[in-house]
Design a protein around this ligand. Structure first.
Ligand SMILES: Cc1cc2nc3c(=O)[nH]c(=O)nc-3n(C[C@H](O)[C@H](O)[C@H](O)COP(=O)(O)O)c2cc1C
Length: 247
């Protein structure tokens, strides 16, 4: 049995795939099945997926690409990050390597009335190719991403979430029983502003999922409230608040 929480420490972005390995049709079917049980952040935003051979896209890595299409609605990008990170972690449990691939391009920009947003490249991998020591993964210092009280095994774990260009736009403020989560707008990047915004909103969804996995693992109950756009200043945009209670 695997636990998605444990996959936080195993997953990594795969950039090299062994071409001698390939996914079986059973494995592909299992992935299609798994896509159906992902838990979205928002129930009222339609998402659809297409799995295509990597050669049908501009992607140069992996055997297949999962193309993600979404309805355009408020928080739809955060929803994508939150939902698809569950797949990223689950695929690690199946020894399938993944890389979120923002720069990838497809010719099919619409599917069933939904717009193309992002792809994830994936392919079969060997267990030993996964992350061995997560503490060696490059991440920002805790003081940059987390202010206020720390929660053991949450504060020091959530920052291992993947993000575009490892930009880690998340900032957390924790006081009493309230965890506030912000997106920093001061992230430096080679991408044009619009592109960076798209990626960083997906990153924030990924981060919310990591936060929830870590809180549950530490036996916290929580209530999540997604923030209204107004509760923002220029440097940090509030994304969500969690009221947390130790069980
Ligand atoms: C939304 C998003 C887009 C990404 N796009 C790319 C990409 O286009 N090319 C790439 O090599 N890696 C991409 N990545 C992977 C990140 O570079 C990677 O998550 C980060 O460097 C942290 O490394 P790790 O995932 O191995 O922990 C992307 C990640 C996310 C979350």
């Amino acid at each position: 049995m695997y636990n998605l929480y444990d996959m936080i420490f195993k997953r990594k972005s795969f950039r090299r795939f062994d071409d001698s390995l390939s996914l079986s049709s059973e494995e592909l079917q299992k992935i299609q099945q798994h896509l159906k049980i992902l838990v979205p952040l928002l129930d009222d935003v339609k998402i659809k997926y297409r799995i295509v051979k990597r050669q049908e896209t501009s992607c140069k890595r992996g055997e297949y690409c999962l193309l993600v299409y979404s309805e355009e609605k408020e928080n739809c990008l955060i929803n994508i990050g939150y939902t698809l990170e569950q797949l990223d972690l689950w695929l690690a449990s199946q020894n399938i390597g993944v890389c979120w691939y923002g720069v990838g391009k497809t010719d099919k920009l619409q599917y069933d009335g939904l717009d193309y947003v992002i792809m994830l490249a994936f392919g079969k991998a060997r267990p030993e190719e996964f992350r061995k020591d997560y503490t060696k993964a490059k991440r920002k210092e805790l003081e940059i991403i987390w202010s206020g009280e720390h929660i053991t095994n949450v504060t020091n774990v959530v920052g291992f979430a993947p993000s575009a260009c490892n930009s880690q736009p998340w900032r957390v403020v924790h006081e009493n029983q309230l965890i506030r989560i912000f997106r920093s707008t001061e992230v430096k990047s080679i991408f044009p502003k619009e592109r960076l915004l798209l990626y960083n909103c997906i990153d924030m969804g990924i981060f919310l999922y990591f936060m929830e996995l870590a809180l549950r693992q530490e036996q916290y109950r929580f209530e999540r409230i997604l923030s209204e756009k107004e509760s923002s200043n220029e440097k940090e945009i509030e994304i969500a608040q969690y009221n947390v209670y130790k069980v």
